[in-house]
Each structure stands twice: as structure tokens, then as C-alpha cells.
Design a protein around this ligand. Structure first.
Ligand code: FAD
Length: 584
């Protein structure tokens, strides 16, 4: 019998939480293996915007502080949270960021307003992103092996966009055509990469973050073992001593000397767990995370050994739209409608024809409003985005590009009156989507009046910097409110989608998983969506999921290293002790 492979640390899941845990642990001298269920590594994180919410980040000198962050957060928290875990997050997130920059990961502040601009101490410098990454700095196997971004984040399913390019092109800001032509040139003149893969070597957004992280992880000799799924946690008495994994049907055990970090994402692709935990379960297929990856297997493995859970009642919501794939319309593609729903010349209504939210609010708040309205009226999930020809000309609606790029005649025939509805009048549209014409007419009439005055008397849409960021600067007096008065009129159904789930295994301030008595389970850590997030049912700002994921990955590694006898400095540096190597 061959000896069991042993590592200091085994990380389950290769997203942001897992990558930062692995990088910090290996930097502290521990031997690390990452096991990843999918055939590609990087998780949802690699497909994401890659933004991290890191309050008081000090990446450029500013007057943010721990106190100001708490003033902001405390005014918003709507569910009970572990105060010491929240405090650990606020304390450790800047240290995690400092650690990443110290190993060469180029973080920068994004001018992204916090999601609750009317809350005290809201700012626009707490979201952090990573500069683009040249994917060819990874070896060829890892270049093509990292999960690719969704087509919706690429122009014509091919050209990668960074966030500035995304905004320039999607809002047709001055100079957007030049931006677009530059992208085209960069891609096609890269002949070497074109011979290897259709993948753009320029990793942007989440791929940039994960590219930079994995460059560091792989350069330090860490193996990422794909097609390797966690099946069970292995116990030695009351301590987690390893994992049982499965690769192509073969099961085998791996041993972890100092800890197992569960970083296997949420449970958004597990319908049974959605029904069990969510008040309004929604459907797995409306999730916008990679299909079927995060099924809560590591959450279940933790629960099976007595771990407690928290904040499992909600997803990181985002309105989504599913549309037939262009190339194979038997299959659906999920498109996020996060910013579409707040653009001028449109309104969102439930199936009673009534508004239920400030449509320009953050996507998580939009989802929370959908859930609340569904519980109240039973006429939401799906709701409808209704818009006119002016909107259609300028903006995307789910997966449909603006008509100036994709005119109606280019939309496949099997989409009409099925995924996308069109009519010459509001009454006709209401009849097609089976809602009351008089209610819809009244709602549209109200919106037209709000567009004229610039004031949304019901939900104050467009009244703050966050809303306005996604409006249209050429629309006055309110960039988020334009009249819905130019036929034809359109409607698309909007689903309760998600970016992942907010809750998971209950972990403490040190990222240790705890049992029902809040006692740490020795050897077991959790980070990212595999664990309950520190904010409960709240998404405070852009990067509110990856910020904590990376932070508690960092915290877990520090704790394991300290337990292994490494002197971990309170700041981001560490004094290394000799570390064990992986033994066969
Ligand atoms: C399009 C999009 C954009 C987003 N943009 C942002 C953003 O800009 N900022 C932000 O904060 N959040 C964003 N999010 C949400 C964010 O991406 C996720 O919440 C975050 O990436 C979760 O990180 P994680 O490390 O916990 O999990 P993931 O990145 O999902 O990684 C989990 C990994 O575990 C693997 N796994 C699952 N089960 C097993 C198993 N049994 N064994 C082994 N491996 C397993 C999965 O295959 C996956 O690779 C976005 C999401 C989407 C879909």
C-alpha cells in the first residue's frame, strides 16, 4: 500500500479564498496542496469582476479608518453577526491587502461608491481591484487551465475588457470606439497566443486577480490538482486530519498536518439546499456562477462532522436573465441584468404591474427586494424589465446588445415573444406578458412624470452617486430616469439570480470552523462562500464577497502557521521557521 500523501495544509477549492490561503501559507513556509473539483481552476472568482471591498485599505493615503468603517457598517447591518469576526475582518483586510502588494500583486483603489451612499461614512475608495495580468506569464497549461470569464464580459465573446473599458463601451462614453478598436488590434496582433488558444492573453477583472495570485502560488511550487473533489473530511479523534477526495471515480485520502481549509464556494448549484435554507429558493439555473461547480459539498462535509452554519438564508443576489445561447439555442445562457435594470427609459414591475424597488440600487438590494416582494405579493420572481425604443437603442437588456449594435432583425426568431417581448403600445405589451394593462399604464405614466421632474417620488431612483454611476449622463434632469414613451416597447423577464451564497459553515474570527457550542473544530478552517460572511445579509460595497474571502483565507493561513510554530507578525510579514515538505 502506498503511503498517504501528506501536506501541512490542504486547501479545498481554487477560488480567491483558496488561492489567498494557499499563497499566505506557502509564503509562511508551509507545504500546500489545492484540490479542485472542476477541470479548470480559479472558481467563480476567476469569472468575476475581481473587485475586493477593503475598507481602510490605505492604498493611497486617505482619512478612512476602522471607526468610520464601523459607523458605516453598523448603520446597515440587518441581521445578527459575530462582532469579533466582523472586527477581525475590518482589522485584517488591510493587512491582507498589504501582504498581497508585498508579494507583487498590483492592487489599486477603484472609484466605486459604497452601495449605500446615504449611510453615514459611505465612501468611494474602499473597493480595490487588480491591474490586468498577462496570462502568458503562467505556463501554457495553466494559461489555458484557468476558468475563463463569461462571454458577457468579453466583447463579441472574445476580447477581454477591463472595468474601465466595460464602462466606456457599455455607456458609449466619449472615445469608446477608439477603446474598442485598440482591443481588437491587441488581440489579433498577438500571433503566438492565437496559435495556442482563442483565449485573450490579457486577463482582466477576476481573471486578472486570479492570474496574479496563481502566478505567485505556482511560482512557489504549490500544486493545483484539478478534477479532484472533496468527498469527506477525515478525522483523527476530534481533529480533522485530512480529506477523502475523488478523481475520475477513484477515491483516495490526503493528510493535512496543520489544517484543511474549506474554500469550495457556496451551495448555489444545489437545489435541495436552496429549498432547505432560502425563504424564496429560486432556481439553480438562474445563478450566474459557473454551472454546477458550487454544490455545497464541503458545507455538507462540515455539517456531517458537527459544524455549525450561519447566514445560510440568503444568496449574494443579482437579477439575471436567461436567454438561449446564440450558437445552440436548446441551451440557456445566464446574463446579469444588474446595471440594465437601473438605466433610464425603463422600469421594473412585478406581475401585478407595480414597482417594488429603486431599480438603480445595488444588485444585492434588488434581489432582497425581489424576495420581500415575492413573500408579500407572490407576484415576483420573475419580475419584468419594461423599456422603450430609446433604451433599446442605447443599452443592453440581459444578453441583448443595444439595437445600434444588434438591431431587432438580428435577434433570432425563437427569442421573440418568448424571452424578449415587443409591442407597439404599453397595452399590447401588458397583454403579451400577461399583466394588467391599466396597472402597467399607471406605473409607466408615473415614471414619465418622474423623468420630467427628475424626482422619483416612490423610491428616489437616481438620487445618489451609486445610482447615477450606472445612469446616462446625457439624460437630464436625472440620469437614471428617462421617459418610457417611444415605441416599440419591450419586456424581458428578470429572475432572482445570484453570484453565490452568503452563508455556510460558521467560522470564528480566526477562520476556524466551530461546532454547535461555538467550539473550534481542530484542524478545520473555512473561508469565502464556504463560510458565513462577516456581514450577514448585507453587501456593503463592490467586492463585498471577494474581500472577506481573501481576508479569511489569509487569516486561516496565519492561524495554521502560528499553530505550526511559525512566528507570524501582527502585520503582513512573517518570520519563517523551517517547514516540512510534502512527504510521499
Ligand atoms: C460574473 C460575476 C462577477 C462577480 N464579481 C464580483 C466582484 O467583482 N467582487 C466580488 O466581491 N464578488 C463578485 N462576484 C462574486 C464572487 O465571484 C464570489 O462570491 C467569490 O468568487 C467566491 O469566492 P470563493 O473563493 O468563496 O469561491 P469560488 O471562487 O466559487 O471557488 C470555489 C471553488 O471550489 C470548487 N469546489 C466546489 N466544490 C468542490 C469540492 N467538493 N471539492 C473541491 N473543489 C470544489 C469550485 O469548483 C470552485 O473552483 C461575482 C460573481 C460573478 C458570477
Amino acid at each position: 500500500m502506498s503511503a498517504i500523501e501528506t501536506y501541512d495544509v490542504i486547501v479545498v477549492g481554487s477560488g480567491a479564498a483558496g488561492a489567498v490561503a494557499a499563497l499566505r501559507a506557502v509564503e509562511l513556509g508551509l507545504s500546500v496542496l489545492i484540490v479542485e473539483k472542476a477541470h479548470k481552476y480559479g472558481g467563480t472568482s476567476a469569472t468575476s469582476g475581481g473587485v475586493m471591498w477593503i475598507p481602510n485599505n490605505q492604498l493611497t493615503p486617505n482619512d478612512d479608518s476602522k471607526d468610520k468603517t464601523f459607523t458605516y457598517l453598523n448603520s446597515l447591518l440587518r441581521s445578527e453577526v459575530q462582532q469579533n469576526r466582523l472586527e477581525a475582518y475590518v482589522d485584517q483586510a488591510p493587512k491582507m491587502a498589504r501582504f498581497l502588494t508585498s508579494v507583487g500583486i498590483p492592487l489599486m483603489q477603484a472609484a466605486w461608491p459604497d452601495y449605500f451612499q446615504t449611510a453615514p461614512e459611505a465612501r468611494a475608495d474602499r473597493s480595490v481591484l487588480c491591474d490586468t495580468f498577462d496570462g502568458r506569464l503562467l505556463d501554457d497549461r495553466h494559461f489555458v487551465g484557468m476558468r475563463e470569464q463569461y462571454n458577457r464580459f468579453k466583447i463579441f465573446r472574445r476580447y477581454a475588457m477591463d472595468i474601465a473599458e466595460f464602462f466606456a463601451i457599455s455607456t458609449r462614453a466619449p472615445g469608446w470606439i477608439k477603446v474598442f478598436l485598440k482591443m481588437l488590434w491587441r488581440y489579433w496582433s498577438d500571433i503566438n497566443t492565437r496559435l495556442l488558444s482563442s483565449r485573450d492573453r490579457r486577463f482582466t477583472q477576476g481573471a486578472a486577480l486570479m492570474g496574479h495570485l496563481y502566478k505567485q502560488v505556482l511560482d512557489r511550487g504549490v500544486e493545483v490538482r484539478t478534477e479532484t473533489a472533496l468527498r469527506e473530511l477525515v478525522m483523527d479523534g476530534d481533529r480533522v486530519s485530512g480529506v477523502l477526495v475523488q478523481t475520475f471515480g477513484r477515491e483516495y485520502s490526503l493528510k493535512a498536518r496543520h489544517g484543511v481549509v474549506l474554500a469550495a464556494g457556496g451551495f448555489e448549484w444545489n437545489q435541495e439546499l436552496r429549498e432547505r435554507f432560502f425563504q424564496v429558493p429560486g432556481l439553480t439555473r438562474h445563478s450566474s456562477s459557473p454551472e454546477d461547480a458550487n454544490r455545497g459539498e464541503a458545507l455538507i462535509a462540515g455539517m456531517n462532522i458537527g459544524a455549525a452554519t450561519e447566514h445560510t438564508e440568503a444568496g449574494w443576489w443579482i437579477p439575471t436573465m436567461h436567454k438561449p445561447m446564440d450558437s445552440a439555442s436548446n441551451f440557456d445562457e445566464i446574463h446579469q441584468a444588474a446595471f440594465d435594470v437601473g438605466r433610464p427609459h425603463s422600469v421594473c414591475v412585478n406581475r401585478n404591474g407595480h414597482r417594488f424597488v429603486n431599480e438603480a440600487c445595488s444588485y444585492d438590494e434588488f434581489g432582497i427586494a425581489m424576495v420581500e416582494d415575492q413573500l408579500k405579493t407572490g407576484a415576483n420572481t420573475p419580475c419584468w424589465l419594461v423599456f422603450d425604443a430609446n433604451f433599446r437603442k442605447k443599452f443592453t437588456a440581459g444578453g441583448f446588445l443595444p439595437s445600434m449594435i444588434m438591431p431587432d432583425w438580428r435577434i433570432p426568431a425563437d427569442c421573440w415573444d418568448h424571452y424578449l417581448f415587443k409591442a407597439e403600445s404599453i397595452d399590447e405589451l401588458a397583454s403579451k406578458i400577461q399583466i394588467s394593462a391599466s396597472e402597467l399604464r399607471t406605473t409607466v405614466g408615473n415614471m414619465n412624470e418622474y423623468a420630467r421632474t427628475g424626482t422619483d417620488a416612490e423610491f428616489a431612483r437616481g438620487s445618489n452617486a451609486y445610482d447615477q454611476m450606472f445612469g446616462d449622463a446625457s439624460v437630464a434632469p436625472n440620469p437614471c430616469l428617462g421617459p418610457i414613451d417611444t415605441p416599440p416597447y419591450y419586456a424581458v423577464p428578470i429572475n432572482l439570480g445570484d453570484l453565490g451564497t452568503k452563508g455556510g459553515l460558521k467560522a470564528n474570527a480566526q477562520a476556524q470552523v466551530v461546532d454547535g457550542q461555538n467550539k473550534p473544530i481542530p484542524g478545520l478552517y473555512a473561508a469565502g462562500n464556504n463560510s458565513g460572511n462577516p456581514f450577514g445579509n448585507l453587501y456593503p460595497g463592490a467586492g463585498g464577497t471577494i474581500g472577506p474571502a481573501a481576508t479569511f483565507g489569509f487569516v486561516a493561513a496565519n492561524h495554521m502557521a502560528a499553530a505550526a510554530g511559525v512566528k507570524v507578525e501582527s502585520d503582513s510579514s512573517a518570520t519563517l521557521s523551517a517547514s516540512a515538505q510534502a512527504v510521499a
